[in-house]
Ligand binder design. Structure first.
Ligand code: GLU
Length: 476
């Protein structure tokens, strides 16, 4: 992965997104001014601030980019990585706009980044870096429930979000909706159940929907269903790990996995739970029993499989390795894992690429649910869980009385169960991933195979954002 990156030192991620946008824009009806406005990053905030680390002062470089204000708040994660730069944050922010549009989440796109290697700092130091970042955002009005709502991304998680919400709340005393200033929080700090695994689960739901459709599977020589499909997953972070679990639990054969230290492959399948345990014990996935090692993790991408899930960083499949990809389906769990050159090569090979702006939108979808929960100040299910259970009990009793038969205990439990928060979150996520898939597929089919799925997804997104800009009106 690192090797692939240095190889393409001059690659502009933002320019890549623009190229993909332009490819799709010609299929839409909007005038060039509207298209230019959709494409542009509205606000770019670059900050430098000092943090004392040990005996030294370190100057921290950080960003927040708001790509689009066509709907507010803006939404998008915060990434901690040494690869953070303005071009990358701009690209990721723009993808957020299209992503939100595709899954009908009423937000504009944004992204943040801090150029640090989080592994090099203690939790105390990370807390100082994060809290100062949050207060810089407050100072410039770049954060708030109705302004811009960050979330986790590569290198961050619930812990960082809880520092951010605490900093925000203490700078805005009495703001009743303060919890809604950031999502991906721990459940005890206003988070919603199901957010952690949401992106990985969304990836699974999206690929499952693709694999449901016999007509599309036939074109790439596969049968329907997830069961028995060979899957390779690059990256075992929050997204890759959870995606791998859902594929494994639902009968897919996880043949390949990779992380920083390298990759492992076994055509008979790997038990994701055991691999993760093994990595915890030994510090590496390499030398896992029965598997072949790949010293360079990127090599795992080129191994035999049906479904390839890049779940790490951008630019991992590009003009130099795309030709060697053997998968029939690529599911972009990461943001921007394929360059436009890779798209062209893979399209010619007949590979179906399920684009990031749809496939990894489960995270922001459940972030939207969390934001709604925070603004409503009530847990999902609190009002209706017991009511549903009482209704179900009454209904089941009536059926049993009328038929003179009784259901089994397991059936009883399932029939009576009223929805908990996590049930509602999963159901909202599943419905979103399925209906958005069909919006994209309809656009894809309307072009009769002349465009790839990314272009179809872009047209869906551009149409929604374009209409929104038109209806906002352009000020004189
Ligand atoms: N960082 C995630 C993404 O790239 C989630 C963003 C959010 O929940 O706002 O989509």
């Amino acid at each position: 992965m690192e090797a692939a990156k240095t190889h393409h030192a001059h690659y502009s991620f933002f320019h890549g997104v623009e190229r993909n946008f332009d490819k799709a824009a010609k299929y839409t009806r909007f005038e060039s001014g509207i298209l230019e406005q959709i494409k542009a990053c509205n606000s770019v905030y670059r900050m430098k601030y000092p943090v004392r680390i040990g005996d030294n002062i370190e100057v921290i470089e950080a960003y927040r980019v708001q790509h689009s204000h066509h709907k507010l708040p803006c939404k998008g994660g915060i990434r901690y990585s040494m690869d953070v730069n303005q071009d990358e944050v701009m690209a990721l922010a723009s993808l957020m706009t299209y992503k939100c549009a595709i899954v009908n989440v009423p937000f504009g796109g944004a992204k943040g980044g801090i150029k640090i290697d989080p592994k090099k700092y203690t939790p105390f130091e990370l807390e100082k870096i994060t809290r100062r970042y949050a207060s810089e955002l407050v100072k410039k009005n770049f954060i708030g429930p109705g302004i811009d709502v960050p979330a986790p991304d590569y290198g961050t998680g619930a812990r960082e979000m809880s520092w951010i919400v605490d900093t925000y709340a203490s700078l805005k005393p009495g703001e009743v909706d303060a919890l809604a200033c950031v999502t991906g929080k721990p459940v005890t700090q206003g988070g919603v159940r199901g957010r952690t695994e949401a992106t990985g689960l969304g990836v699974y739901y999206g690929i499952r929907e693709l694999c449901h459709i016999a007509e599309d599977m036939k074109k790439i020589g596969l049968t329907t269903g997830i069961e028995g499909k060979k899957v390779i997953i690059q990256g075992l972070g929050n997204v890759g790990y959870h995606a791998a679990k859902y594929f494994f639990d639902n009968g897919a054969i996880v043949v390949g996995l990779s992380e920083y230290e390298g990759g492992i492959y076994n055509e008979k399948g790997l038990d994701i739970y055991k691999v993760v345990e093994f990595r915890k014990a030994t510090g590496s996935i390499l030398n896992y029993e029965g598997a072949t090692n790949f010293k360079n993790g990127a090599d795992i991408l080129e191994q035999e499989c049906d479904i390839l899930i890049p779940a790490a960083l951008e630019n991992v499949i590009n003009g130099s390795n795309a030709i060697r990809i053997k998968a029939k389906i690529i599911g972009e769990a990461a943001n921007g894992p394929l360059t436009p050159e890779a798209d062209e090569i893979l399209d010619r090979k007949g590979v179906i690429v399920v684009p990031d702006m749809y496939l990894n939108a489960g995270g922001v979808t459940v972030s939207y649910f969390e934001w709604l929960k925070n603004l409503s100040h009530v847990r999902f299910g609190r009002m209706d869980k017991r009511f549903s259970e009482n209704q179900n009990t009454f209904l089941l009793k009536s059926v049993e009385d009328l038929t003179g038969k009784r259901v089994t205990d397991i059936e009883r439990e399932q029939l009576l169960h009223g929805p908990d928060e996590v049930d509602l979150v999963y159901s909202g996520l599943e419905d979103t991933m399925i209906s958005s898939y069909h919006e994209i597929r309809d656009a894809w089919m309307s072009h009769k195979g002349t465009v790839d799925m990314r272009t179809a997804a872009f047209t869906v997104a551009i149409n929604k954002v374009g209409v929104s800009y038109e209806e906002l009106g352009i000020f004189p």
